[in-house]
Design a protein around this ligand. Structure first.
Ligand code: PLP
Length: 236
């Protein structure tokens, strides 16, 4: 792992990038959280994020996060941002503070039951395939109302908002459209269901400015903080 000072310089640069985007969007930079995505990096990456003052780290795989957690010296929250299989719902509820990848009513129900048994309230985001990308997980936007209705009826889940991943594309308009779709969906569902859905988790290293212009409240950044991942991740 590279030295902390190098991480601090990278994190400062990402923060500055966020601030510039917020200025363009006429938004307060305090309304955009930086989530450090530590997948494939050692446990020290999460300690760096904590030391820098970040609230949380994002991990893609349940087992990878569970392996790192006991190795971390610093306290930080853990958010699951990768696809969650039903048979790992219980483990995820136990080891994460929030699950951003809730994309089916079945998964919501399994997480709710597990959280209830653990005596905790689990934060969740509903992952929406706002870019209609056949390669991405996430509920289709037209299924979002039904999924939200189910999640809101789960007593042990706290529905904070929505999450999306833009399709990989050389055309920047694709990300703009995806993020605008998620924002519009939130703006439609929040009053309809009488819940703020405040969190819009959207934007990564390559498209965080676009996401902030569209209203992102949390950018999930890996590469710009920790460098490129070797080997590259499987499907996200
Ligand atoms: C890996 C990952 C990120 C971070 O991507 P970078 O391009 O490395 O910033 C963000 N969100 C999800 C869901 C991811 O899987």
């Amino acid at each position: 792992m590279f030295p902390y000072e190098e991480f601090k310089a990278r994190a400062d640069a990402v923060r500055a990038h966020i601030a510039t985007a917020c200025q363009k969007a006429r938004r307060d930079p305090a309304t955009v959280e930086l989530l450090a995505v530590t997948k494939t990096h050692p446990a020290a990456a999460a300690d760096y994020a904590a030391r820098y003052g970040l609230r949380a780290v994002g991990e893609n795989r349940v087992q990878e996060a569970i392996a790192k957690q006991p190795l971390c010296a610093e306290k930080i929250q853990w958010e699951l941002i990768g696809h969650l299989q039903s048979n790992k719902a219980r483990l995820a509820a136990a080891h994460f503070d929030r699950v951003q990848s809730v994309d089916s009513a079945k998964l919501a129900a399994l997480l709710d039951r597990a959280a209830g048994e653990l005596g905790k309230t689990l934060g969740v985001l509903l992952q929406i395939n706002a870019g209609h990308d056949p390669a991405k997980f996430g509920a289709e936007p037209e299924d979002a109302p039904r999924l939200l209705e189910t999640a809101l009826a789960c007593p042990h889940l706290r529905v904070d908002g929505l999450m999306t991943i833009a399709p990989l594309s050389s055309d920047p308009a694709v990300a703009v459209r995806t993020f605008d779709n998620l924002r519009a969906l939130r703006d439609r569902l929040a009053p309809e269901f009488g819940t703020p859905l405040r969190e819009l988790s959207m934007g990564m290293s390559g498209d965080l400015e676009t996401a902030i212009l569209a209203g992102s409240t949390q950018v999930r950044v890996g590469t710009a903080l920790f460098g490129t991942r070797e080997p590259p991740p499987a499907n996200v």
